[in-house]
Write a protein that binds this ligand. Structure first.
Ligand SMILES: [Zn+2]
Length: 72
């Protein structure tokens, strides 16, 4: 069991989604433009938490670091 810190980018991507990343992703971007979701065992759990804390529904996993949650 390996927990990682997850973040989402506060600016929507070209598909209208907030992209979720792990703490060690090279595409995480600048600290000023991301929100810490917290420690999670997988991206599914992180996305659920992101929805709760943001009251938003449009999330997508990063292709590189959260592929299991990546759609299209
Ligand atoms: Zn990523």
């Amino acid at each position: 069991m390996m927990l990682k810190s997850y973040y989402f980018i506060r600016t929507k991507d070209d598909h209208g989604k907030f992209v979720v990343h792990t703490e060690d992703c090279v595409f995480l971007g600048e600290a000023a433009n991301r929100t810490l979701i917290g420690l999670h065992i997988n991206c599914e759990s992180a996305v659920e938490e992101a929805k709760k804390i943001s009251n938003e529904t449009d999330f997508n996993g990063c292709f590189y670091c959260a592929y299991a949650c990546h759609t299209k």
